[in-house]
Design a protein around this ligand. Structure first.
Ligand SMILES: O=C(O)CCC(=O)C(=O)O
Length: 370
């Protein structure tokens, strides 16, 4: 997809607009093809611009606008297509009407560039999500058999910026000194109103429903590794859940209370039923503390000796995830992470989901239905 999605050269009045087109914008398409329609007008007058060439990028498939400035182009349907619109007439193109299927957008001149950019970014993010995650069921099989799966582009840049703004505002309001930046926030959806609406987006809900239709949220944490509060964790499995109150119950042990949150190790079946979703707010790789994991180690609770034996004899996998991507993981998967070494943030929202009710009056601390 082109970064130079909108380019205009005022000297020659030569305009090139490239639009990524997303399949789902064409609900009525016949399988195997997309019909793209549109209209080009001049000088904001509504006067049609005939004879404008509309081409499928990189091909000779194209057409020209008719006497009413309209065009209709049937294109082969891959995961999406890019079209180029060439206007080589000696007019100032102030207004245009773009038609994607039945959807018509009218963009005024002052908003033209911003509007196109935003529409492009959203369409591009959705296009990227679709192309990277076309085969969701095989990605979810990986979660089952290898204990993890990485899905890129689940969130748009706009959504990620929104999340970062909410987090920064929270940090300002809670008065954390800049030299002691926040490295963790417990119950993050509870303490930052509005955050849940952004992160439980349609893409994530669809993924969760495909894993299990009755999943609900049980825990939400925020982690960063800011240079001034950098940290690491050694190899471990996640073996605790958070509950509202301590009630002694058979099979539940290792009770703790941290910042008012009660933690406990539940029977293994609850951990096996848990799905962890780590939403990455920054591009993450081994230089800024990406999670290391041992694929396939998620099937049983391991003793310290077993953990040492496995981690000393297995090459770990580094979970590189882009901003807006998610890392799905089973909590018993062995994982560790190093300090950042490049001064870059590594912000992650860590969510846990489950579909099982707790016994004996115990309640999930942060339960939220989807
Ligand atoms: O985010 C990390 O680097 C590690 C977090 C972790 O170990 C955990 O959630 O158990």
């Amino acid at each position: 997809m082109p970064a130079e999605a909108f380019a205009a050269d005022p000297a020659s009045n030569f305009y090139v607009h490239l639009y990524p087109i997303h399949r789902e914008q064409f609900p009525d398409r016949t399988p195997g093809s997309i019909t793209v329609t549109g209209k080009v007008t001049v000088n904001g007058s509504g006067e049609p611009l005939p004879g404008v060439t509309v081409l499928l990028k990189g091909t000779t498939i194209g057409t020209a606008t008719n006497s009413e400035g309209s065009y209709s182009l049937t294109l082969p349907d891959a995961n999406g297509v890019v079209i180029s619109l060439f206007v080589q007439l000696n007019y100032e193109l102030e207004r245009e009407i773009l038609g994607f299927g039945d959807q018509i957008k009218v963009l005024g001149p002052e908003k033209l560039k911003r509007g196109i950019k935003e529409a492009l970014c959203d369409a591009l993010d959705q296009y990227n999500y679709d192309t990277h995650n076309a085969n969701l069921s095989s990605q979810l099989k990986k979660l089952q058999y290898r204990g993890f799966s990485i899905l890129q582009h689940v969130f748009t840049r706009k959504e990620m910026n929104h999340v970062k703004t909410l987090l920064a505002r929270y940090q300002d309001q809670t008065g954390k000194a800049p030299d002691k930046p926040v490295y963790a926030i417990r119950n993050v959806l509870g303490v930052i109103p509005g955050l849940g609406n952004v992160i439980l987006n349609q893409n994530l809900k669809r993924i969760l429903a495909a894993i299990h239709p009755e999943l609900f949220l049980t825990k939400a944490l925020y982690f960063d590794k800011p240079p001034a509060s950098n940290w690491y964790v050694t190899w471990h499995q996640d073996t605790t859940i958070s509950v509202k109150e301590k009630i002694q119950t058979e099979g539940f042990f290792g009770w703790t209370r941290k910042e008012g949150i009660v933690g406990v190790c539940p029977p293994e079946e609850f951990l096996k039923n848990t799905v962890t979703v780590r939403i990455h707010l920054d591009d993450t790789d081994e230089k800024n503390g990406a999670l290391q994991i041992i694929p396939g180690s998620q099937n049983k609770w391991l003793s310290p000796e077993e953990i040492a034996l496995i981690t000393q004899n297995t090459l770990p996998f580094t979970c590189e995830v882009g901003c807006g991507g998610i890392h799905l993981m089973k909590p018993l998967l062995l994982h560790s992470s190093a300090k950042t070494v490049n001064q870059k943030h590594r912000r992650v929202i860590h969510l846990e989901f489950n579909s099982m009710d707790l016994p004996n009056g115990l309640e999930w601390a942060e339960k939220m239905e989807l």
